[in-house]
Design a binder for this molecule. Structure first.
Ligand code: ZN
Length: 138
């Protein structure tokens, strides 16, 4: 059985890091599927998803990491082409990836105690983001 759901959230952009674990859990529960996998996917080119221990220190560390890996204040060919100033946002999103697969049993996500699912919005402005959850199982 396959069940596809989606939800929309507002972000502040600029490396906004949002705990979306509750949305994923709700989608799995609402699907009525007992065991399987859920794919979490963002259909956008300037945000991504991953897992982390969601606490202020790591939220800050992750922002620092992306500032070091793909700084905003260096030239990007994308900015020269479009002038939208978010070349760093696209580069960071491609590096992080736009999807994640999590297994579940008994209708519950199999996550570590200190492991939350997060969305990071790298765009250079606030955005409305659609998150897609596709549950496959029985
Ligand atoms: Zn762009």
């Amino acid at each position: 059985m396959v069940s596809t759901q989606s939800t929309r959230i507002q972000t502040r952009g600029n490396c906004d890091i949002i705990d979306i674990t509750g949305y994923v859990s709700d989608a799995v529960r609402d699907s009525g599927i007992n065991a399987g996998t859920v794919t979490v996917f963002v259909a956008h080119s300037t945000c991504g998803v991953t897992t982390v221990e969601y606490e202020p220190g790591l939220v800050s560390d992750l922002k620092d990491l992306f500032n070091r890996v793909a700084p905003q204040d260096i030239p990007y060919a994308h900015d020269k082409r479009w002038g939208d100033g978010n070349g760093h946002s696209h580069a960071r999103a491609s590096l992080l990836g736009g999807s994640l697969v999590i297994p579940f049993t008994d209708g519950r996500l199999i996550l570590g105690t200190w492991q939350q699912v997060i969305l990071i919005d790298f765009d250079n402005q606030a955005r409305s983001r659609e998150i897609i959850f596709q549950m496959m199982g029985e």
